[in-house]
Ligand binder design. Structure first.
Ligand SMILES: Nc1ncnc2c1ncn2[C@@H]1O[C@H](COP(=O)(O)OP(=O)(O)O)[C@@H](O)[C@H]1O
Ligand SMILES: [Mg+2]
Length: 812
């Protein structure tokens, strides 16, 4: 993901690289490249008739889940390995890269705005918090993981057919582990990876808009574009590539069982490296005969030793422990192949370490070697084979070194690439830290296809707090955005005031009016806006009547007729003026009441009488033309004053409808609408208002809306069909501390493993699980209390008091 982001910034500078030397050309191990075929990935012909394709493997949780889940992943990976063909090469590569600190900071920190903006102090405080948190993780290392497959074919067409057959199956197999499966790399992406390996420290020179035709016209080849300026393989133990030293190591010794995080463990050194594993699947008959030869050979050795022992008068059972283990291993292998459906692999693991100085190189090599030792393994320098070693490390599927370990599929499955999900998207917001790696979680919901989200947690778990964290980042970062909050508990007023926003208090006898009949006639494929409005008003009236039962068919049609009549002249007027809404002249509830009351039929007059209090009586706060003028970036509807009877639900619904109307208008001026419904269970009490909320959730995306549903009442949510709809149509969720019952219910619904459940029960404020695009990530968000931002975000009364005295704050 990061790779893609980084490239976007690169612009063509119209310059072409110089031709690289013939020797450097020859050291780049491929013949020719093919442009992306139907955009389904780039193919490189690495040798005549050998075609190579690479896939990006997105990560999955491994280190942060318990043994049961880890076993599941290893079993899935073993199943994947078992589908590997004997005449195809498979390679998995971890590409670990140091990220330039400045660039990284630029990606995650808030950018300062010019002097007119009075918020730079807040930005600076936010940035400092992030810089402090960064010290706890390894944020300056970026890991990318690839699968590379090589097939032999007569020509590219035949190769493409082969790839198609293999990749569908593999995609499904990987999807079971990482939910995203495999993503083919384009030819430009593959060339960029190679370029960045050969030109460490000069990554910016690669032009992603690279056009092979243009390059050829200039008498150059792709190798001129990606190659290093200088290559030297004369030293038997290390090489020089451009400005860097490189040393390639191989795995020589391996114990009979391996912990499942080997690749992750080895790649965690703080430097640039390529860690590549080649899995060479062996045909079953060959494997069995290999294993039985092994058993026979060791058997011979055992007999020899036994003879010696008998000669010296010792017991023949006392063969050396080493030989006994070897015999056991060989017998197990044979048994596994013959009776347990295991497969045999020749596995080659190489690590190429890159560093700008020899001293640094030696340090890094010592570090990775000691990492291997911790796991009773040996990583050794490939003396005299540095050049083929580097070829084996590059993500080109080639393995020219004749060194391998023989292992069965169950053991080989431990050499798998998954570790933990790291989330970093450009233009992202900070949500906290990965609970395992402590790396920052930087994510941008609004760039995903589905932006719906929810926040669940017991009272005090930090729901409103983390929602406010997101809001202030939207505010400080995004230019074309507007933030709306439905706030039944007065928790957002401090933030809104601080951000120069508007707070509208909705109360009887108050000054702020919202007219629920406001109608924007912008057409929408999903239905006629007038019909939708009428449905909505009917549900509102049901709510006014107590919501115990649906309105009769007669009452519904009476309302329908009345509203149709009322809207007719309004719409005609709008059409004449070429606009889609005019709040000043839109009909109101009072007009509706008057029309119903003027009808001859007793039933219509009866209905009018029943809703009179909301239209002309004391609760008529929703029966006026809208008078609130919304021009600020953050808007809070404070409904805390209408707790009485069913007014609060009614008020929340009317405010949400107002947000909807404003979102439609925002979309037209290309402004994204972020809106938050706190204490959202208030919507789930009645089927009609729940249905309204779920409609809003389903359709917000179309109007560039990013909605967030916040509640502590998980039980209500799970019991309601609409609640379930909302949960299942959201791709973003924050689950903070949960009560035991809710923990069980949510775990079942979201398939949260037992080990992951520990991260969202009995935890502190701001700790829990993050759901991003269906992957689950344990996280924590510990906001430092000695900051101004904390005081703005916190709802604890004592924190709020502090903020009333700005002079005190300045002195801190
Ligand atoms: N991420 C956090 N870091 C530090 N303190 C927090 C965090 N989240 C919550 N708190 C503290 O807990 C209090 C309650 O949080 P709040 O968001 O109001 O809970 P909820 O909305 O879930 O009931 C906050 O006022 C704040 O003092
Ligand atoms: Mg709250």
């Amino acid at each position: 993901m990061l790779n893609k982001e980084r490239k976007k910034g690169k612009k063509s500078n119209g310059m072409f690289p110089a031709k690289i030397s013939k020797t450097a050309q020859q050291s780049i191990p491929y013949k020719r490249i093919y442009d992306d075929h139907n955009t389904n990935g780039g193919i490189i012909e690495v040798k005549d008739g050998v075609f190579s394709k690479s896939y990006y493997i997105s990560d999955a949780s491994f280190s942060d889940i318990g043994e049961v889940e880890q076993d599941r992943i290893l079993t899935s990976f073993e199943k994947t390995l078992k589908t590997f063909d004997t005449d195809i090469s498979y390679q998995i590569t971890i590409n670990a890269r140091n990220i330039d600190k400045e660039k990284y900071n630029k990606m995650i920190l808030l950018e300062y705005k010019d002097d007119e903006d009075e918020y730079n102090k807040l930005r600076s405080e936010h940035n400092q918090i992030l810089l402090d948190k960064m010290k706890e993780g390894k944020n300056n290392i970026k890991l990318e993981k690839y699968l590379t497959i090589n097939v032999e074919s007569k020509n590219i067409e035949e190769a493409l057919v082969k790839f198609e057959n293999i990749e569908n199956d593999l995609h499904i197999k990987f999807k079971r582990i990482n939910t995203e499966g495999l993503k083919p790399l384009s030819i430009a992406e593959r060339l960029e990876i190679l370029h960045d390996i050969y030109n460490l420290g000069k990554e910016d020179n690669f032009d992603i808009n690279y056009d092979p035709v243009e390059i050829r016209k200039n008498g150059l080849t792709s190798k001129d574009v990606i190659g290093p300026t200088f290559l030297d393989f004369s030293d038997r133990k290390k090489s020089q590539i451009g400005d860097n030293y490189v040393q390639v190591l191989f795995l020589r010794k391996i114990p009979s069982s391996i912990a499942g995080d080997l690749m992750n463990h080895l790649s965690s050194i703080p430097g640039n490296m390529l860690l590549s594993v080649h899995y060479d699947a062996q045909a079953q008959e060959k494997a069995v005969s290999f294993a039985s030869n092994q058993v026979t050979a060791i058997g011979g050795e055992v007999v020899k030793q036994q003879r010696k022992l008998t000669h010296s008068g010792a017991m023949p059972d006392l063969i050396s422990p080493k030989l006994a283990t070897e015999r056991q291993d060989a017998e197990d292998m044979l048994d596994g192949l013959q009776n347990q459906d295991k497969r045999l692999f020749k596995v080659t693991l190489v690590a190429a370490i890159f560093a700008p100085t020899e001293k640094k190189l030696n340090e890094l090599v010592a570090q990775i070697q000691s990492k291997a030792k911790e796991r009773i393994m040996a990583l050794e320098v490939l003396t005299g084979m540095q050049e083929p070693g580097l070829v084996a490390a590059l993500p080109l599927g080639l393995n020219p070194i004749p060194i391998y370990q023989v292992m069965t599929s169950d053991v080989a499955s431990a050499i798998q690439p998954f570790s933990t999900i790291e989330v970093k998207s450009k233009n992202g917001f900070y949500y906290g830290q990965n609970a395992i790696s402590k790396n920052l979680i930087i994510y941008n919901r609004s760039e995903e296809l589905n932006q719906n989200g929810f926040i669940l947690g017991s009272p005090g778990s930090g729901k409103s707090f983390i929602a406010k964290e997101e809001m202030y980042q939207v505010f400080l970062k995004m230019d074309n955005a507007q933030i709306f909050v439905l706030d039944p508990e007065q928790e957002y007023t401090i933030l809104a005031k601080e951000l120069n926003g508007q707070v509208f208090s909705i109360e009887p006898g108050g000054e702020n009016y919202i007219n629920p009949l406001d109608l924007d006639i912008t057409k929408d494929k999903d239905g006629d806006p007038v019909a939708q409005k009428i449905d909505y008003i009917i549900s509102l009236i049901e709510r006014m009547l107590g919501g115990r039962s649906e309105l009769s068919g007669y009452a519904k049609s009476a309302i329908d007729r009345a509203l149709t009549d009322l809207y007719q002249p309004y719409i005609a007027d709008l059409n004449k003026r070429g606009i889609t809404i005019d709040r000043a002249i839109c009909p109101t509830l009072k007009d509706l009441y008057n029309v119903l009351n003027a009808r001859k039929e007793a039933e219509a007059r009866n209905l009018a009488a029943n809703i009179r209090i909301y239209c002309t009586g004391t609760l008529n706060l929703f029966a006026h033309h809208t008078n609130i003028n919304i021009d600020k970036k953050m808007i809070v509807y404070d409904t805390s004053h209408i707790l009485a009877s069913n007014l609060q639900e009614l008020g929340m619904q009317i405010c949400l409808n107002d947000i909807w109307t404003r979102m439609v208008a925002n979309r037209k001026r290309e402004v994204r609408t972020w809106f938050y419904v706190d204490e959202a269970h208030l919507f789930l009490k009645m089927p009609s208002s729940a249905a309204y909320l779920s409609m809003v959730w389903k359709r917000a995306r179309k109007w560039w809306g990013t909605p967030t549903f916040i509640t502590q009442n998980v039980g209500d949510l799970l019991r309601s069909a609409e609640g379930n709809d909302i949960l299942s149509t959201s791709d973003f969720a924050i689950m903070l501390n949960q009560a035991p019952l809710n923990k069980a219910a949510l775990s079942e619904m979201f398939k949260i493993s037992e080990d992951q459940q520990d991260y969202f029960s009995n935890v502190g404020s701001g700790e829990g699980l993050l759901f991003l695009q269906k992957s689950i990530l344990p996280f924590f968000n510990h906001f430092p209390e000695n900051t101004k931002l904390y005081k703005i975000l916190s709802t604890k009364p004592k924190d709020a008091e502090l903020i009333e005295k700005p002079s005190e704050m300045e002195d801190e």
